[in-house]
Design a protein around this ligand. Structure first.
Ligand SMILES: *[C@@H]1O[C@H](CO)[C@@H](O)[C@H](O)[C@H]1NC(C)=O
Ligand SMILES: *[C@@H]1O[C@H](CO)[C@@H](O)[C@H](O)[C@H]1NC(C)=O
Ligand SMILES: *[C@@H]1O[C@H](CO)[C@@H](O)[C@H](O)[C@H]1NC(C)=O
Ligand SMILES: *[C@@H]1O[C@H](CO)[C@@H](O)[C@H](O)[C@H]1NC(C)=O
Ligand SMILES: *[C@@H]1O[C@H](CO)[C@@H](O)[C@H](O)[C@H]1NC(C)=O
Ligand SMILES: *[C@@H]1O[C@H](CO)[C@@H](O)[C@H](O)[C@H]1NC(C)=O
Length: 371
């Protein structure tokens, strides 16, 4: 099974073909030079904030970027909207087909890797190569500069409330989560509501079989929408001694509390990880600001601190690589996400076992701050 997956992955390519692609040079301006151009653009041409669609499922997931931008580029107001990637692309597509003058976002940063090649072939992306372009992992950028990855995201780390469960008890594989021991303890994201979680579940079910999924479905899991929600729920229930909810493996980041702990799975178990990808949308009235945003996301300052990062030189300096992990196949999600028939097949497997996702858009529950 692993072998056939690996050979399938060898076919995955990042670059998309378009009939005509202009050759754009690498932008060798410094961030402060681009900032100066963006400031001129902002003051002379527009009063609107710069619009970004930031794939995610809780408004607070944009806070780090919002405050770092405001600190470094205070003269350019940023309206960064955290939005489910699968809704961000829909909004862009609808605006495109309706022929609106300005796209609803100037830059997008999304999980839906299958959109970018299509948008490129539809001539809807601005070709742009930031100064670090050649340093961005070659398999994670479009060779012509239509889109590029800027971050490694992942799901599959186990997060738990250490006041309700001891670290020794937390397993390093997903295999046992259908056992009675875990009844009423898990909070998980519907895999049929988020393609990245669907991919994680496809790996687990491929390893342990459909019986694993059926046992999990019968184990009183609290199924939620959004990957931020499990952590918010663990936090909300932490002081509730009547609640046995104690762990999740479908969340993207840690618990900001003394009792919240994470545990990594061990080989041969696999988590999923992927290159979150950004592009500039054609028709943006703020192209210089868009270039600043992309250059900044891929700058050493932003990339340094992520391990692994999207920059080859930093990874070499730190002796890490997203490709050499023994618990994730970094290129797997691109293959999965691009094969929509496979995604739909898995979603139907999950729907049959778990039902359709219930509840409102998680961004209605955990909204963006008002711009
Ligand atoms: C930047 O690129 C331009 C055009 O490629 C080149 O003429 C210029 O010398 C470069 N500047 C620096 C500082 O490398
Ligand atoms: C203002 O916008 C126009 C048209 O999009 C563009 O040609 C011009 O360079 C912009 N001005 C500045 C200062 O960016
Ligand atoms: C911020 O973006 C959201 C989502 O596109 C939009 O509804 C809102 O009007 C924008 N706010 C400003 C001030 O641009
Ligand atoms: C839980 O209780 C602690 C004090 O015992 C308090 O600081 C914390 O805010 C409470 N958390 C919630 C989610 O109510
Ligand atoms: C990354 O950060 C470390 C620690 O702050 C620093 O020593 C190093 O010079 C930085 N590297 C780059 C390429 O910015
Ligand atoms: C997997 O990688 C981790 C981190 O690099 C290492 O500590 C561990 O020994 C490796 N396990 C196996 C089975 O290779």
């Amino acid at each position: 099974m692993r072998t056939s997956l690996h050979s399938a992955l060898a076919l995955a390519t990042v670059s998309a073909l378009a009939q005509y692609t202009p050759t754009v040079p690498v932008d060798n301006r410094t961030l402060s030079e681009i900032y100066a151009a963006a400031r001129r653009e902002h003051t002379s041409n527009t009063t609107r904030p710069f619009q970004v669609f930031w794939g995610g499922d809780a408004g607070s997931q944009g806070d780090g970027i919002r405050s770092a931008w405001a600190q470094q580029f205070p003269d350019i107001p940023l309206n960064l909207t955290v939005i489910l990637s699968k809704y961000a692309d829909t909004r862009l597509d609808e605006a495109f087909y309706e022929g609106t003058e300005e796209p609803p976002a100037d830059v997008v940063a999304l999980q839906t890797l299958h959109d970018f090649p299509r948008w490129k072939t539809q001539n809807r992306l601005v070709y742009y190569k930031p100064s670090n372009f050649e340093d961005v992992l070659v398999n994670e950028r479009d060779a012509d500069g239509a889109f590029l990855a800027f971050a490694v995201y992942s799901f599959g780390t186990i997060y738990f409330d250490s006041s309700k469960i001891s670290a020794d008890e937390v397993p390093t594989s997903f295999e046992s989560f259908g056992d009675a021991k875990w009844k009423g303890k898990l909070i998980l994201t519907y895999p049929n509501d988020d393609d990245a979680v669907a991919y994680l579940f496809s790996l687990i079910v491929s390893r342990y079989g459909f019986s694993w999924l059926r046992a999990l479905a019968a184990n009183d899991v609290q199924w939620v929408r959004g990957t931020g929600t499990p952590i918010f729920e663990l936090e909300r229930l932490h002081n509730d001694t009547t609640s046995t909810r104690a762990l999740t493996f479908s969340a993207g980041s840690g618990i900001e509390a003394s009792w919240g702990v994470s545990k990594a799975v061990e080989p041969p178990e696999n988590i999923m990880s992927w290159p979150q990808t950004a592009a500039i949308i054609a028709g943006t009235p703020q192209p210089e600001t868009a270039k600043l945003f992309i250059s900044w996301l891929t700058s050493n300052g932003q990339q340094n601190g992520s391990s692994p990062s999207l920059l080859t030189s930093l990874n070499e300096a730190n002796g890490v690589s997203p490709y050499s992990s023994n618990t994730t196949i970094f290129s797997g999600f691109r293959t999965f996400e691009t094969d929509r028939a496979q995604v739909e097949w898995w979603k139907n497997v999950f729907e049959e076992a778990l039902g359709t996702p219930q509840g409102p858009d998680p961004l209605a529950v955990y909204p963006n701050p008002s711009a």
